[in-house]
Design a protein around this ligand. Structure first.
Ligand code: THU
Length: 135
């Protein structure tokens, strides 16, 4: 991924992180998902008193994009204050794989550290529709 594009996705993920609703964990996450249309959808984690109904930043960005009709995706930046930069959780890996395929990922933190990889590197043996019988 060209570094200018990566820098822009990181900037938008950082901005989305500022809206994180994380009073329980105090772990703030921001995501920026770039659709093939060129539109970039931001997302932050949203926690609530049940804990279990928390939604990750990656999924908020993904639902926003899908609900606007997007179906093809180019890249995703995730920004946290973790070192090394945090990777998407298992549930998000599954959903990103199903809706975005082998997406380019940029994992960054507030110290300016950034790592690049493909989703397949984090999710190497997926269960997806190719496993299911034809309908
Ligand atoms: N979180 C995310 O937003 N994305 C991830 O991939 C990992 C975890 C959030 C959920 C919760 O609000 C907080 O981080 C701590 O788990």
């Amino acid at each position: 991924m060209a570094s200018l594009r990566a820098a822009e996705l990181i900037r938008l993920a950082r901005r989305a992180r500022e809206n994180a609703v994380a009073p329980y964990s105090r772990f703030r996450v921001g995501a920026a998902l770039e659709a093939a249309s060129g539109t970039i959808y931001g997302g932050c984690n949203v926690e609530n008193a049940t804990y279990g109904l928390t939604v990750c930043a990656e999924r908020v960005a993904l639902w926003k994009a899908l609900s606007e009709g997007e179906r093809d995706f180019r890249g995703l930046a995730v920004v946290t204050d973790a070192a090394p930069p945090a990777t998407p959780c298992g549930a998000c890996r599954q959903l990103l794989w199903e809706f975005c395929g082998d997406l380019e990922l940029i994992l960054a933190n507030l110290d300016g550290r950034e790592e690049h990889c493909r989703l397949s590197a984090l999710f190497p043996a997926p269960f997806d529709r190719s496993t299911l019988p034809e309908r």
